[in-house]
Design a protein around this ligand. Sequence first.
Ligand code: NAD
Length: 485
Amino acid sequence: MHISQLPKGVPTKMLIGGEWVNAKDGAITEVIDPATTEVLAGVPLAGEAEAMDAVSAAYNAQPEWERRAPRDRSEILRRSYEHMLERSEEIARVIVLENGKSLADARGEVAYAAEFFRWYAEEAVRQTGIIQRAPSGSNQIMVLRQAIGVAVLVTPWNFPAAMATRKIAPALAAGCTVILKPATDTPLTALLIAKILVEAGVPAGVVNVLPSRGSSNIVSKMLHDLRVRKLSFTGSTPVGRTLLHEAADTVINSSMELGGNAPFLVFADADLDAAVAGAMIAKMRNGGEACTAANRFYVEAPVARAFSARFAAAMGALKMGPGLADGVELGPLINQEAQEKVEALVGDALDRGAHLLSRAEPWQGKGYFVQPAVLEDVDPTAQLLKEEIFGPVAAVTSFETEDEAISLANATEFGLISYLYTGDLAKGLRVAEALEAGMIGLNRGLVSDPAAPFGGVKQSGLGREGGQEGVLEYTEAKYIATSWS
Ligand code: NAD
């Protein structure tokens, strides 16, 4: 087994009740560097016994954590933010090694991820309730927001730091304790963040981390334990549906951040340079492996060819290679399955008559690399327009009218995010209103912001993360009817 250059100090045990432990049955999983296919580390795999230990630890720690002064919880989150920034290069390197993204993308992710600790350090001391006189005048209505309790957090591999902090930070701010199940491919970043939280003063049992396979039933086991009160999931829509079924058995409060199939509309009156620059960010942040990735480009006919040509040139100029190498902008995909899926989507679109704008020769050597590609005239039946691509491939189609653009954009069961570029702000706002999505990038290719509510409509999710809304997902309203006159 060749061990690649993992920074020293990255935990390779699971965290339960403040202790770093191995699996009781000794099970481990190997974490692979997708740029080289070499083994980075062996990490213990949690089973049912560890899951129940973590639920007990989180349950026992919860009342004391909720009772802590909001200011104390806030200061621990603030210290976590500062520690993350101090160690940002180390965290970025771990992200590159286990996820494959470029160092620039990983640095961006660390800054974004840390910001959730800062934002929720600020929100922890700003939680409000309601007090109002009842309409009848006979009594007072009071509404308290109380911590929901033990939260099970399940995260994907594409943003191994940010998807964890986007859940942990609001949960801790609200007074919840958590059990994080990171993605099988990327447990190391989550373990390193947990170590930072412990060093920042998070008490034993408040944060627990259980690396495990998605195929194990530990999440199901935890969701059927009545001490667990919350599920927050980020991942694909099919797995989200499965977990909603599981959560139904015990009626566990569930937040779902699921898949997307984002349209990117370019109107003929748009600033084309800005639209191409925005398309590159919307498509290529994280190498295309983002739920917010623009999946379908609809461009008004008069500028469609010009847009495609400029976009293809920008895609073709990206430097691809191992994420830590100098100047690399595009790393490998996460694993072989992802690589094969993206190539199959391109093949299917070409079989249905799509036109491939220039594309480099396939990558020679190890690693799960996929060359960037832009395809024009993609047939509406192509899978490329229906599925999340999750890779550096873009499909461009032209449209004639505003109504047609809106109806093409909305013709999907997903509704996470839509982008549009236009020089006419009134048109931009009108179209934004008509698009079925939880988030809109209006003349912007990037929307993610810890201070804003992130989330989708339709089959892209339930609930919101970030902003003032994010912390409410970890609280319950308690209404007290009283009268004092
Ligand atoms: P995934 O659904 O395969 O896995 C997500 C998590 O669920 C992982 O931790 C995995 O181990 C776990 N899991 C898988 N099957 C499970 C099961 N049966 N029971 C319990 N846990 C299970 O998703 P992924 O491939 O890791 O991530 C990519 C997906 O995530 C894409 O669809 C992307 O759009 C979505 N995503 C959404 C957002 C958002 O905020 N909406 C953000 C990032 C990623």
